[in-house]
Design a protein around this ligand. Structure first.
Ligand SMILES: [Zn+2]
Ligand SMILES: [Zn+2]
Length: 379
């Protein structure tokens, strides 16, 4: 009896130790071009630099948020908590790695090389030993990153603390970085700040576009106030979610930024994302005289698409603006405008996608092909 009672209390204690079930948000963005579409954030801080949260909390946030891979990038040269938490540039990763593995989240070891401009702040990811990166000369740090098999991106080039006018500038130090061969990308979006110059450099210098949170506090403290639903996410098109596959994809610039209802990246990837997300149930339009015809567009993704008609089709009215909401089917109408038409034609109806940017101020153009057959209405 005594033993039974003890067992009962033990079970009670154990059951109260098991946390409530946690839920993961499922981000629905299609895989494209034979690659998996991974949702990633390569820039964040923990208590091991100036962040406010423990490393496992970052992992849980990312998992709940629906991400596939994250990098810890605590500052190497800025350690405001060091009187209370010892400086150890592998600790955050070591603490959270097993938990990340159990959740199926890829955790990448990184560090933020935190220098004045130039070169500014650089994130090294896929490093092996963060403690070996403590050196006076920033170029020696970069050489050490290279030696460890790490790669580097330049963070927030337009950050107003380092560029008071908010305009990013390219220095000779960045030319040197490019020549090392390990500078693979630039942060076009850092938190909620977009840099036009940085975007253009990615195109001109053949670097990957990146959008990262640079989150310091609890994620939802920082993003709850933003009317954008989620942190900046870098979509990476990789063979799978292993570290080496993500690194290969980054070095080959297979990335798109998803933030603020916008997708930013090369035409090839944006077009593939659009084509894999959107389907249309009609390829031909048959009408007799003046008629209204219905057709449906289905959006099989979490991305919203904002279209603006840019072709003028004589005698047939297509919707001028189309907002294709995430995971919805939209019914649309086409109108023929005259009774005495006889048309048999193949047409391409072109739309500009307002929220897909291939270059600064340049949008993706998509087209819907239709076969048109209109007979005159007999009186
Ligand atoms: Zn920084
Ligand atoms: Zn940072």
């Amino acid at each position: 009896m005594k033993l039974k009672k003890l067992l009962f209390f033990n079970l009670l204690i154990i059951s109260t130790l098991i946390a409530q079930p946690q839920f993961r948000n499922k981000i629905n963005i299609p895989n494209i071009l034979g690659y998996k579409t991974l949702k990633c954030d390569f820039h964040m801080h923990t208590v091991f630099s100036d962040g406010d949260v423990w490393p496992t909390y970052r992992v849980e946030e990312a998992w709940r948020d629906g991400l596939d891979a994250i990098a810890f990038t605590d500052h190497l040269e800025y350690q405001p908590h060091k009187d209370y938490i010892p400086s150890n540039f592998n600790a955050a990763y070591n603490i959270a790695k097993n938990f990340a593995d159990e959740l199926g989240l890829t955790l990448i070891k990184g560090a933020e090389i935190t220098r004045k401009m130039p070169p500014g702040h650089l994130n090294a990811i896929f490093i092996k030993d963060g403690n070996e990166l403590i050196k006076d000369d920033w170029k020696a740090v970069v050489e050490e990153v290279k030696k460890q098999g790490g790669i580097i991106f330049w963070n927030h080039p337009s950050w107003i603390s380092q560029q008071p006018d908010g305009i990013a500038k390219w220095y000779k130090e960045h030319d040197w970085l490019l020549q090392t061969g390990i500078l693979f990308g630039l942060e076009v979006y850092n938190a909620n700040v977009y840099s036009k110059e940085t975007h253009q450099w990615c195109i001109d210098k053949k670097l990957a576009v990146l959008g990262n949170s640079d989150v310091h506090g609890p994620l939802y403290f920082e993003w709850a106030a933003e009317n954008v639903a989620h942190r900046p996410i870098t979509l990476v098109f990789a063979k799978d979610s292993r570290e080496e596959s993500i690194k290969e994809a980054l070095l080959n610039r297979r990335t798109v930024i998803w933030y603020n209802h916008q997708l930013i990246g090369s035409e090839k990837f944006l077009k593939a994302l659009f084509d894999s997300s959107i389907s249309i149930n009609k390829k031909s339009i048959n009408a007799i005289g003046r008629e209204t015809k219905n057709f449906q567009i289905t959006n099989n993704s979490d991305v919203e698409f904002d279209l603006k008609l840019i072709t003028d089709i004589p005698n047939i009215q297509f919707p001028k603006e189309i907002k294709i909401l995430p995971n919805k089917i939209l019914n649309l109408q086409i109108r023929t405008t005259k009774d005495d038409l006889k048309i048999k034609d193949k047409i391409e109806v072109k739309y500009l996608v307002k929220n897909m940017l291939t270059e600064p101020d340049k949008n993706l153009i998509i087209s819907f092909p239709f076969e048109i057959e209109i007979e005159p209405k007999l009186r």
